[in-house]
Design a binder for this molecule. Structure first.
Ligand SMILES: Nc1ncnc2c1ncn2[C@@H]1O[C@H](COP(=O)(O)OP(=O)(O)OP(=O)(O)O)[C@@H](O)[C@H]1O
Length: 778
């Protein structure tokens, strides 16, 4: 039996099964459930389903069962053998139907599967995840089978009779032998013992005979028969939770795999594998509103030296960096370096710098490296693409190694010496790769933690040792909460895109991280913050985290990169599509990054362009992480020379060879604009940015835009000046920029005494509003 789903699904996680086709049954080993249950622990899947969010017991997902259980193993649901399609999964009859699934070694061994008595039942809302798994087979710890809590047995459970429902239908009030639903293989609470429902053959899953009489010879190919897995797996009609709706234990003894279905809100929803938001909504499953879809994705690692050291070529304006005015304020600033040789970097690190073809430090590196080596806290602000990453990584790696690294390999709790936190997953990956590049040949272990990927995989990686962790806040807090990570030995705490990390969206997470997670106090650690923009109020906030810091400004804080030629065109909303096509046709060879405000528009535009003559891909927060990384890879390699992106790609990404940035929609914030156009014109190269100004919706940014263009010596179109004169953007004309122009301590000496520059909406508020409106940041 096979069926085809609409969405992408397990199948294309691996094994190239591609989208949709989902094999069930005896000849479906490759596409089935084969390696399922191989090597996960109880918590494998629980939180993976929820992007970057910290662990929460209320989230469902698969619960791994016994120590070896877990739906999905380290490679995730469907693991390397894939798992068939997305939507199809669990639809109508779902698993538990006749043919069963699973590879020959999969479930369905003689001992069957099926959780114990219906944990993850409807009263266990959301607990299905890890707890569900416990019941399965010989799963996990000795928690109560009803509520999943440890500390009491099920007979003493304060939740009363929740789990005492009929094993077949899940209803309370009767036992399974009296069940009015007879032998149906669907639904059921927890698929008791060898199947919650019918007495199908465990080998082939067909009704009408027992396994010993099975015509399908002795192997276990059909293993996962209807009965057991029927426990709540599938049954779309029964609840919103999709997979394991009413419960559904699944821990087969033989396979060792727990599979606790969740309950309402939990479980492995069908919607998780559908392609669009509306699919999710209609299926009732999937992540909560606003949360991107997830899968148990294991990202690849570039291990060869060549790809590690591949870097962008410096451009013709690289030497002009030296002419940009620099200001380093604060007590006793150290002298800048002029060459990498005089920086006092560790020899191996210096060698890597040369291998990366860094022959001369950029201004931010000249000042930041000696400041960090001198042990100072630093807030560094330099234009996009001017080498801020190496400015902190090189001295941090040197300092860590010189102080001595501890080997934490295979210790249950890793205690890194350095922590870098960044706002997006792709930026985390990029910093991680830079870190591996500069630490190449040393014993430093870098670990990346970010959402949308397999928690189990990251946990394994982490357990091998972590001297420096690079993470997005959500996944980081998750691991801290799980006590896989502790911050007691932290020497360096780095916020990249610091203004973003401290705005309303992330500030609570960062504060929590700094104040409640055992991190050394600010006088005991070194805190470093970097960005191209630093709004005044964020600078003031940052003071809470910094100790006697230096403030480094290269050029104007928040100024646009002058190597980018900026053009603003007046284009009404309905004309934008045609205008974009016109621009792309005029520059067919240019690698172009198109920014839009809305995720749905990113996909729409990407399809539209692909159907025209432009190979286009898209990146935004609703795409699976695998897809996001693939989109970036395709854009980088030129497979898709046009990338349509939302703000997830606005900051930090260093994509070599981006010729042109098009703001199809202007952002609401001028700082965001500066970061977006900074994806081109990097490292002394020239770039081009074109923005569509729609007077209807962009008047708020007009004043800031005029300012930004003038500062960067770019022509200001008349229509834009007029829009600014009409008052777009609020505040005074000249004062209307978002970033503070310099160290806020420079005025009045005390940060608290600083008079805010007037501008309409605070950067933080605007950021938050924009984020809430459309993009979900990692
Ligand atoms: N000294 C150097 N010599 C040559 N190339 C360099 C040097 N420093 C950095 N680069 C390269 O310049 C590019 C931009 O660097 P990086 O990504 O660190 O910029 P950034 O200032 O962090 O930008 P953003 O503000 O966009 O995050 C990278 O490809 C990096 O490898």
């Amino acid at each position: 039996m096979s069926f085809t789903g609409r969405g992408r699904g397990f199948g294309d996680i691996a094994a190239g099964a591609g989208r949709g086709s989902f094999g069930l049954g005896s000849d479906s080993n490759a596409g089935g459930f084969g390696s399922f249950g191989s090597a996960a622990t109880a918590s494998t899947i629980q939180d993976d389903a929820w992007d970057d969010a910290p662990a929460s017991p209320s989230k469902g997902g698969f619960g791994g069962g016994s120590a070896n259980g877990g739906f999905g193993s380290s490679n995730g649901f469907g693991s390397s053998n894939g798992f068939g399609s997305g939507d199809g999964f669990g639809s109508s009859n779902g698993f538990g139907s006749g043919d069963g699934f699973g590879g020959s070694s999969g479930f369905g061994g003689s001992s069957g599967f099926g959780g114990s008595s219906g944990f993850g039942s409807s009263s266990d809302t959301g607990r299905g995840g890890s707890r569900g798994g416990r019941g399965g087979g010989r799963g996990g710890s000795r928690a109560c089978f009803k509520c999943g809590e440890e500390g009491h047995m099920s007979r003493e459970c304060p939740q009363g009779g929740g789990g005492r429902g009929c094993f077949k239908c899940g209803e309370e009030g009767h036992m399974s032998r009296e069940c009015p639903q007879g032998g149906s293989s669907r639904g059921g609470r927890g698929g008791g013992g060898r199947g919650g429902g019918s007495r199908n053959c465990f080998k082939c899953g067909q009704e009408g005979h027992m396994s010993r009489e099975c015509p399908q010879s002795g192997d276990s190919s059909g293993g996962f028969g209807s009965g057991g897995f029927g426990g709540g797996f599938g049954q779309t009609s029964s609840s919103n939770s999709g997979f394991g709706s009413a419960g559904g234990g699944f821990g087969g003894e033989s396979a060792g795999g727990g599979f606790g279905g969740g309950s309402a809100g939990g479980g492995f929803s069908i919607g998780n594998f559908s392609d669009t938001k509306s699919d999710r909504e209609s299926s009732g499953g999937g992540p909560p509103a606003g949360k991107p879809m997830t899968e148990n994705y294991v990202p690849p690692d570039a291990d060869d030296e060549e790809s590690l050291f591949k870097s962008c070529h410096v451009g013709i304006n690289f030497d002009k960096y030296d002419k940009i005015p620099v200001e380093l304020s604060g007590e006793n600033p150290p002298n800048p370096i002029q060459t990498f040789e005089e920086a006092g970097l560790l020899e191996t690190v210096s060698r890597n710098v040369l291998k990366a073809k860094y022959f001369k430090p950029t201004p931010v590196q000249k000042y930041a490296i000696p400041s960090i080596i001198a042990g100072r806290d630093l807030m560094g602000c330099a234009q996009t693409g001017s080498g801020k990453t190496a400015a902190f990584l090189l001295p941090v790696l040197t300092g860590m190694i010189q102080r001595g690294l501890e080997s934490g390999a295979y210790s249950p709790v890793q205690e890194p010496q350095a922590l870098v936190v960044a706002p997006t997953r792709e930026l985390v990956i990029q910093i991680y790769n830079e870190c591996r590049k500069f630490s190449h040949g040393t014993i430093v272990r870098c670990v990346r933690l970010y959402g949308g990927t397999s928690t189990m995989h990251q946990m394994n990686d982490l357990s091998k040792g972590a001297h420096i962790v690079i993470a997005t806040p959500g996944r980081l807090l998750d691991f801290l909460g799980r006590q896989k990570l502790a911050l007691g030995k932290l020497q360096y705490f780095i916020l990249d895109e610091a203004d973003r990390m401290l705005d309303m969206g992330f500030e609570p997470d960062i504060r929590r991280l700094v104040e409640t997670m055992g991190m050394p106090g600010k006088t005991e650690r070194q805190t470093l913050m970097f960005s191209a923009t630093f709004p005044v109020e964020i600078q003031k906030l940052a003071k809470d985290f910094l100790n006697d810091y230096l403030f480094l400004t290269i050029g104007t804080v928040g100024g646009a990169n002058t190597d980018v030629t900026q053009t603003v065109l007046e284009v009404a909303q309905f004309e934008k599509r045609e205008k974009l096509l016109e621009i792309l046709r005029a520059h067919p060879d240019q690698r172009t990054l198109v920014f839009v405000e809305q995720k749905r528009n990113a996909d729409f535009l990407a399809s539209m362009l692909s159907q025209s003559e432009f190979a286009t891909t898209s990146i935004h927060g609703d795409r699976l992480q695998r897809e996001r990384e693939q989109a970036l890879a395709d854009f980088k390699s030129g497979v898709a020379p046009v990338l349509v992106a939302t703000s997830v790609a606005a900051r930090g990404l260093d994509i070599p060879g981006v010729d042109h940035v098009v703001n199809y929609d202007l952002p609401k914030e001028i700082d965001e604009y500066v970061h977006r156009i900074g994806r081109t014109g990097r490292c002394g190269n020239l770039g081009l940015a074109t923005s569509f100004f729609d007077a209807e919706s962009n008047s708020d940014i007009s004043r800031h835009l005029v300012n930004c263009l003038s500062e960067a010596h770019q022509p200001v179109p008349e229509f834009l000046e007029k829009a600014a004169d009409r008052g777009g953007g609020g505040g005074s004309y000249m004062g209307g920029r978002s970033s503070g122009s310099r160290d806020v301590r420079g005025r009045g000496g005390d940060v608290g005494a600083w008079d805010e520059q007037p501008y309409g909406m605070s950067s933080a508020a605007a950021d938050a509003a924009a984020a809430a409106e459309e993009e979900s940041w990692d």
